[in-house]
Design a protein around this ligand. Structure first.
Ligand code: ZN
Ligand code: ZN
Ligand code: FE
Length: 760
């Protein structure tokens, strides 16, 4: 048999997921010699062997890759035959400074779960991990990814762990956080400030009893502290709401397994795929109507039919459910509303332990704070709503030169983004940049990303809003050129960058709010744009937003504003149930504010229109969480209805006739469900009509959809359907949030394009 040699390059998310040992194993299995090595951009392999063995090797390479590896491309090239004595893993230390990819955290794998049941040193040991699973990003202080540069650095491996770590055929070969009950971290159980036990069997028993008794407990998670209670216990859930000072925002629930989860949620195969993936996000699912069996606490997600659910992902979760009778626990971030999730044991002990029955900490530090990620399957694809644990810091690969660009993001649900080469590293979910704690987290994390990914900032990008903390942070960052990017242009550019588009497109941004260059608050923009610039073609007609930001929290203000616009003073004579709930002085105040232009900025926001309709149907008058109105409205939508309301185009898209139609329907006793559905259909029709008119005039056929409103499943699926039917090429977000969490990527893409064109 004649030997041949191949030079192979593998790109993708392949660092820190056991890829090189995997290559070693399959190469030796197929009788090949050669080597494997990490480089800056990829993993390089040279192998020598027979034709047949090389073929099998290539097959194994793509078919059997470690679960957390994401292979983007394998290229192979035949080279002059080289003879190697054996197969080796080559050192990559000389390249270490350039290696920038870090694996996100990976849910504990099945092999490790078996170790918890059997392995001598790892029996009931809650920190098991291997090259296929375990903490990654949350424990990394610096690169290269070596144990010493993680928060595992303080733990000295015992003899057995060391042996496994050094044995190339072992599952723990070069598993940086490897540990066992002899040498690794451990949990400690506190009541109040007092440490009661560090024995896992005792701890599990005590915590389980607390949860079963309807108490709240604090459990240190992978990326931060969690507060937990029995998801079936109404009073425990109420207690948790009071503790967190969180009135209405739904709580996420962790089920013990898929079987229990199925009893309470409708779940399709795509949703199941997300739930059991190694990223283990919170998946938003339709609640099942259950009869006869135990019901989940109604207070989890008051009257919403969406439920955020997840499956266990840390060994401690599995051990806990082994001791618990309940099928599900609430697992919510350990913080007070609006503050970032706590990561420090001492801080949590001080701030939260007075309010909980018990606290469970472990003695390994969390270095990079992450929240649980949130996804929703829309149109058969996973869409990310909150991008954090399990997803960050995997980069978005772009076709642009992003090097040295720092994009600061928006104000609410902030994420920032840094560029290296052609990659864009979007930060984990930071939160709303209003509280001091969140702002500190924001500044710290920017500094950490710059250090971790070896970024030398040369260009900055910020929003146009002068009042955003992110804008101010960017403008004060240093003596560097700054591009201010319009909010909705950034939304569209973000979706373009995600899909590698760099051309003129039809951009449709339906959103809550964003600063417009005319000084008004924009939020439903139909534009022609490329990465460099945009032209606003049309938008929802401007309407007064009485009370400014307050109107986003109090949807009734938008309802009155629309009613006053359509019916004038006569709106008070309309027989609408919701009007009776609002005090007369307030009803009189709004038209006065509008007439005198007192704190009533103009807006074209789609979010505010949804708020208005939610208020008209008396679903929400004062929101208890962000986007409650739109969520409740979507919650009512029924399938099979194709009716819609009329709308007009009078220089902008006017909803006067839509509002009249809705009021007539309310007065005729038409159900809220039907009205909500007709309203959604109207927006879908508008998306199509205006995309189509732009296509006819401009000859563009690519439509890019972005903005927070596209987190609405019915709306996005409806848009996709109508655009597809009419042969548009359309693009919507998949791996980057459609909400403001995706803005920074768009800012970065615009800045990169402008630099390229203007040689900044
Ligand atoms: Zn494992
Ligand atoms: Zn050990
Ligand atoms: Fe936005």
């Amino acid at each position: 048999m004649v030997n041949k040699s191949l030079q192979i390059a593998v790109t993708g998310l392949i660092q820190g997921v056991g890829f090189r040992p995997f290559v070693f194993r399959i190469a030796t299995r197929h009788d090949l010699t050669g080597w494997v090595q990490n480089t800056n951009e990829d993993i390089r392999i040279e192998v020598t062997g027979t034709d047949q063995n090389l073929g099998c090797f290539l097959n194994s390479l793509s078919e059997e890759a470690p679960p957390a590896a994401i292979i983007e491309k394998i290229t192979s090239l035949e080279i002059k035959t080289v003879s190697f004595p054996s197969f080796t893993i080559r050192d990559s230390h000389n390249l270490s400074d350039k290696i920038t990819e870090i694996s996100p955290d990976i849910a504990v794998c099945d092999d490790c779960l078996r170790d918890i049941e059997q392995h001598d040193n790892r029996f009931a040991y809650p920190f098991v991990n291997c090259t296929n699973c375990g903490p990654r990003f949350t424990i990394i202080r610096d690169l290269p990814y070596d144990r010493a540069k993680t928060t595992m650095g303080l733990f000295v491996m015992c003899e057995q762990c060391r042996k496994e770590y050094e044995t190339i055929t072992d599952r723990r070969f070069h598993a940086q956080p490897t540990a066992c009950s002899h040498c690794g971290p451990h949990y400690e159980y506190f009541v109040g400030q007092e440490m009661i036990s560090d024995r896992i069997a005792v701890i599990l028993k005590c915590i389980s009893v607390s949860i079963e008794n309807g108490e709240i407990v604090l459990i240190k998670g992978l990326g931060g502290m969690h507060l937990a209670c029995d998801a079936f216990n109404e009073s425990a859930v109420k207690k948790l709401r009071d503790l967190k000072n969180r009135e209405g925002k739904p709580f996420a629930v962790m089920f013990r397994d898929l079987k229990s989860l199925r009893e309470y949620s409708e779940i399709n195969p795509e949703e199941e795929k997300s739930l059991i993936s190694w990223r283990r996000p919170i998946v938003l699912l339709q609640k099942k109507k259950v009869s006869g069996q135990q019901k989940l606490a109604a207070g989890l997600n008051v009257d919403l039919n969406l439920l955020g659910v997840m499956l266990p992902y840390m060994p401690i979760h599995y051990l806990l459910f082994d001791n618990l009778k309940t099928k599900a626990i609430v697992l919510t971030s350990g913080n007070f509303s609006s503050e970032p999730i706590l990561i420090d044991n001492q801080a949590a002990l001080k701030q939260l332990s007075p309010f909980v029955s018990a606290s469970l900490f472990y003695n390994r530090d969390i270095y990079n704070r992450t929240d649980d990620s949130v996804v929703r399957v829309i149109g058969g694809h996973e869409r990310i709503m909150r991008r954090s644990r399990g997803y960050v810091p995997a980069p978005v690969r772009t076709a642009l030169n992003t090097d040295g660009i720092v994009a600061f993001g928006a104000e609410l649900t902030n994420c920032f983004c840094v560029g290296k080469g052609n990659k864009a590293f979007l930060s984990q979910h930071i939160g709303d940049l209003q509280g001091l704690e969140t702002t500190l987290f924001y500044e710290e994390t920017i500094a950490q990303f710059i250090k971790l990914f070896r970024i030398e900032p040369t260009l900055l990008a910020v929003d146009m809003h002068p009042g955003y903390i992110s804008t101010k942070t960017g403008l004060n960052y240093g003596n560097l050129p700054v591009f201010q990017v319009q909010h909705h242009h950034a939304h569209i550019a973000s979706c373009m960058a995600e899909h590698g588009l760099d051309e003129k497109v039809i951009g449709i941004a339906l959103d809550g709010t964003g600063y417009g260059p005319d000084g008004n608050s924009w939020g439903a923009e139909f534009m022609i744009c490329d990465l460099n610039d945009f032209e606003r073609i049309t938008h929802f007609e401007y309407i007064a937003q009485p009370g400014g930001d307050l109107a986003a929290e109090e949807p009734w203000r938008m309802a009155i504003s629309y009613l006053y616009k359509v019916y004038g003073d006569k709106f008070t004579e309309l027989k609408l149930p919701f009007l009776s709930k609002i005090e007369t002085e307030k009803l009189e105040m709004i038209p006065m504010m509008i007439d005198k232009n007192v704190n009533s900025p103009l807006t074209s926001s789609a979010g505010r229109l949804f708020d208005c309709v939610a208020s008209l149907l008396d679903l929400v008058q004062v929101a208890t969480f962000q986007a409650e109105g739109p969520m409740r409205l979507e919650s009512l939508v029924i399938s099979g209805c194709t009716e819609s309301y009329p709308f007009q185009f009078i220089g902008a898209i006017s909803f006067d006739d839509t509002i009249r139609g809705i009021i007539d329907d309310i007065n005729s006793g038409i159900s809220n469900s039907l009205i909500a559905t007709k309203f959604h259909n109207t927006i879908n029709l508008i998306i199509f009509e205006f995309a189509n008119s732009i296509r006819l005039k401009q000859g563009l056929n690519k439509v890019v959809l972005s903005g927070g409103v596209f987190q609405n499943k019915y709306l996005l699926e409806g848009s996709i359907e109508i655009l597809q039917k009419n042969e548009f090429e359309f693009y919507s977000h998949l791996t980057v949030p459609a909400n403001d969490g995706g803005i920074a990527l768009g800012q970065l893409a615009v800045a990169s394009k402008r630099r390229e064109l203007r040689c900044v």
